[in-house]
Design a protein around this ligand. Structure first.
Ligand code: ADP
Ligand code: ASP
Ligand code: MG
Length: 446
């Protein structure tokens, strides 16, 4: 059985028009059934986080006002699509649950990562109900399956690590439905840990849900439907002239997302590597526009050619003096990673060692504060800028020569990716907006 998984991001389900487009793409792409993974309606996750933070500081009124606006927005969308009557029964317990969670947090003035995950999951659960009702209303054989039944993770709430072996076993229960030609519609971003509690995979994690499910079901193709015409040569919000990349190697995509390109979640490429399926990135709003195919085989690239430029803000650099032994450096790197920091680079030089991380979890921020207290130099306000391209493997000197033209910049360290297809360096946050368009022009436009 050939299986396709389609994932729709927040803006792809963020309005009645977008939802209608998503439904027509599903009809076209999955005539014989398949899996559809859905994010929360755009902005909903941010709103739930805001409500949680208000409740945690004792401001339950604001939290409930935000809940009210989430409810109005969802009801308005369902009404415009003619499915309000069908979904409101399924939604009522979800809104009640979110209200109880927020009230509980407001009473306690406390938000545990576990409770936060429980609240966040409601965003995706609302949207999955809405899309399923819409698909059924247009005559598709669609069935909602709760992702928590299959997407098993560990218990690191807020950025849980998936368990591919358990996910594979659990996904087998979907096979009979798929064999009947059903479209299974499920939540992205959320999973469940051994005690049954809800977990989340980190912001933007629905891409990873889709590729994990693709891997588990032995899919031939996973499609990520978003709001741009594929993976572009740079972030279009910094480089308006960024161009779509028609074909990329899996390694290029992995390096690009590891170095911060938001279009694919950083953990989403590992399942593609294991499952060896084709990954496609396309635009829900312009389904016939160009798209990016990410292939396991490496496409031919001219030596030195750079495919794309990526960046990540908000990094923290930890400096270790040269006298410290390396075991301590590696142990700290591994402790930070376990605490939910994303590691961007580790440099060991005669002048000491430099570790650059992004603290994506509160535990990692606490650990960094402890390191600063222990006397290490811990500096926030750094960004990484990366040049990525298979062409760099044949001719890495090209990228370094390009960097030489930036010699007047403050550069915190040059990091080379393991696969030899990326060169990254650290710059102060405030340099990014000027540097990225200049680099794009130098490396890609000329
Ligand atoms: P979704 O909600 O569909 O998951 P995201 O906002 O997570 O969408 O990711 C898509 C966004 O990623 C684009 O709108 C764009 O602003 C940003 N982006 C950053 N770098 C790139 C890149 N190299 N190519 C395409 N998009 C990028
Ligand atoms: N809704 C989640 C977020 O906004 C997950 C996702 O969109 O991938 O981060
Ligand atoms: Mg995303």
């Amino acid at each position: 059985m050939s299986i396709k998984v389609l994932k729709f991001g927040g803006t792809s389900v963020g309005s009645p028009e977008a939802l209608r487009l998503a439904a027509s793409i599903i009809r076209e792409e999955l005539p014989g059934g398949g899996v559809v993974v859905v994010s929360a309606l755009s902005g909903t996750t941010d709103q739930i986080l805001k409500a949680v933070s208000s409740a945690g500081s004792g401001d339950t009124n604001t939290a409930l006002e935000i809940l009210g606006s989430i409810e109005v927005r969802h009801r308005t969308a369902a009404d415009a699509l003619g499915v309000l009557k069908v979904v409101e029964n399924a939604w009522a317990p979800l809104f009640d649950r979110l209200q109880s969670l927020l009230e509980g947090m407001g009473l306690l003035w406390e938000t545990s990562p576990k409770a936060k995950d429980a609240a966040l999951a409601i965003g995706e659960t609302l949207s999955v109900n809405l899309l399923t009702a819409l698909l059924q209303s247009v005559g598709l054989r669609a069935e909602l399956k709760d992702a928590r039944e299959v997407l098993r993770t560990d218990a690191r709430h807020g950025r849980a690590r998936p368990r591919p072996d358990l996910i594979r076993d659990a996904c087998q229960s979907w096979n009979p439905l798929l064999a009947q030609g059903t479209c299974i519609v499920t939540q992205g971003f959320i999973g469940s840990c051994p005690d049954g509690a809800t977990t989340t995979l980190g912001r933007g994690g629905s891409d990873t849900s889709a590729t994990l499910i693709g891997e588990a079901l032995g899919a031939d193709e996973v499609q990520i439907w978003t709001d741009v015409d594929g993976v572009l040569t740079a972030d279009p919000s910094l480089v308006p002239g960024a161009r779509p990349i028609p074909v990329m190697s899996l390694r290029e995509a992995a390096a690009l997302s590891a170095f911060g390109a938001k279009v694919l979640h950083a953990d989403s490429l590992a399942p593609v590597e294991r499952g060896r399926f084709k990954l496609v990135v396309a635009n829900t709003h312009r389904p016939r526009a160009s798209r990016t195919e990410i292939l396991f085989q490496v496409p031919e690239r001219n030596a030195g050619i750079i495919t794309s430029v990526a960046y990540k803000e908000g990094l923290v650099c930890v400096h270790f003096p040269p006298a410290r032994d390396l075991d301590h450096v590696f142990q700290t790197a591994s402790d930070l990673q376990d605490a939910g920091a994303v590691r961007y680079g580790l440099l060991n030089t005669p002048e000491g060692s430099l570790l650059a991380v992004r603290p994506e979890h509160a535990d990692a921020a606490d650990l960094l504060a402890q390191l600063a207290q222990s006397g290490l130099r811990v500096e926030s306000g750094w960004s990484s800028v990366a040049l990525v391209g298979e062409g760099l493997r044949q001719y890495p000197g090209g990228a370094l020569a390009l960097l030489a033209t930036f010699e007047k910049e403050t550069i915190g360290g040059i990091l080379a990716g393991g696969a030899g297809i990326s060169v990254a360096f650290l710059v102060p946050d405030e340099r990014l907006r000027d540097l990225i368009p200049r680099l794009h022009q130098l490396c890609i436009e000329t």
